[in-house]
Every structure is written in structure tokens, then in C-alpha cells.
Write a protein of this length. Sequence first.
Length: 308
Amino acid sequence: MTIKTSSSSGHKLGQIVGDWFEEYIATHVLQEIADKLGLYLDHRFKKRSTRGEKILWQDLDGNEVDYDFVLELNGSDNVQGIPIAFFETFWRRGARHSKDKARDDSGKLLPMRATYPTARVLGIISAGDFTKPAQELVRSRCIDLFYVPKEQICKAWRDQGIEIDYHDNATEQIKQDIANQAILILANQTTKATITTQLIENMGIAIFRSYVARIIASVSAVPIAYKITKVYLGSSMYFEKHEDAKAYITNHTTEIKNISNMTCEVKYQAIYSDGEIFERNNLSTEKALELHGMVGQVSNYFTNYHLT
């Protein structure tokens, strides 16, 4: 099989490595987490009747955002569950625009923390040449980062006779030759699995076990307290004169005589055992109960998990 010259061979090679990393490394470790916790892992390598090709979740503004992986409680192939964690993953051969990538992916993840009180982990699983400032940006936004250096990826592929790196000034022909060679060797269906085993062996299984343990600890943290603040809003007062408004602000005292005529808003906080606090303001009573019910389901599940 050859690559059409109308498409960048370097880009195509990046897709090959990136798809392998997403399917054979990220999926592998996240599925282990899902299995240990009894959760459902959604990703693009499986078919699911509850969605189309993309894994879409809505943020607070109603925008649909697609993610690479989502861990769900009570999810199945036929039922969308409660979101527990969201992950993005990528491979970068070069360091250019690393900070842009960090900003884009973390920007995709952050709205889920504000939207879902049960989203205990936002994570990026990355590989390649990802600069230290880019990594620091991700961590500064309280997003978990699992990082595999470029040298480790290249070595695991090279050990199987596949070169995936080239000089930045390499010609299109050189890139095409490298990509064609990779595709030829990958025609053996077991090669990708062998590269995966090689990478884990080279890095050490402890690296992956440590990551699994870290995510499990964060995901399974339970609330230790709830803080509810009710705010009652009366009708607005209208003044034509500045001094009249000042007098009202200065002298008016509030007496709640008929609470049924006032609007009630709820500030909801769930305080977790790992120090994280989910907070949402200006909620209706119904929405606060909906969020609290979602938190309760997850809390009960992981309380029982820790008892077994």
C-alpha cells in the first residue's frame, strides 16, 4: 500500500502513530481503570447505539464538545451513564505549537468540570515532543497529565524495525518512504500489539500502574460535606433620582413577609475528600436537586466500592 502524494506523508505518518497510541496505550490503561472500578469506557474504537461517530457531551452553554474518552457510571452500549472522567489524547512528533495544543485540549476539558459535579478527573494522555511550558500549562489548570516522551515512542517502534522520525527539513519523498515502510510492516496484524508490549517493557510497568492507581484514587473520592446556600430575591425597585436610590440602599431593611412572592436561587457545593469542591451558583431548586441526585448516585457507588 502506498500513500497518495496529494496528502502530506508526514501528517499521515503522524496519524498512524497517533491512532496506535490512542487505541493501544490510552485505551489499554483507561480500560484497566474502568474494569477495576466497574465503569463504562466510551471511545471511538467501539460502536455504541446511544451516539453517532463522535463522543459528544454538552457544556453549560449547550455547546456539544467531542472527547476521546469518557468514563461513565451505569453506562452501557445502549444507555448513556453519568460522566465520571473526560480524557483527551495525542501524539506530537515535533515541539512546535506545543503550548497551543495544551491550551486547546485543556480548554476543551475545563467546561466539563463546571457542568458535571461528578466529573472527578479531567485528563490528557500525551506522547511525543511536548514542551515543559506546555505541560506546566496543563497542570496549572488542574488537569491530570500522563506523558510518554518521544524517545520512548520512537524506540519502541524502532525495535520492531519501523522508523517514525525524520529531520524537520526532510523532503516529502523521505517522509513518504518512511510512511510507506511503516504501513508495509504494520500489515502484520500483531505488530501494533508487539510495539505496545515493547513500550511498556522499556518504560517499566510501574509507570503505568502508578497512573492507574492515581486516576482510581481521584475518581473514587467521595463527598465529605455539602454546603447549600439559599438566596431569596425580592422585586426590583425603580428610582428616577440618584438620592432616592441612595436613601433606599442606606435605610431599607429586609423583612420577609411573604416568601412565596420571592424568587429562590440555590448555591450548591459538594466538598470531596481529596480537597476538590464542585460549586454552582444561581440554580433553581429543581436543578440543585438534579445535581445533588447525580452526586448521590456516584457517592453511594464509590462508598460501597471502598467497602468491598
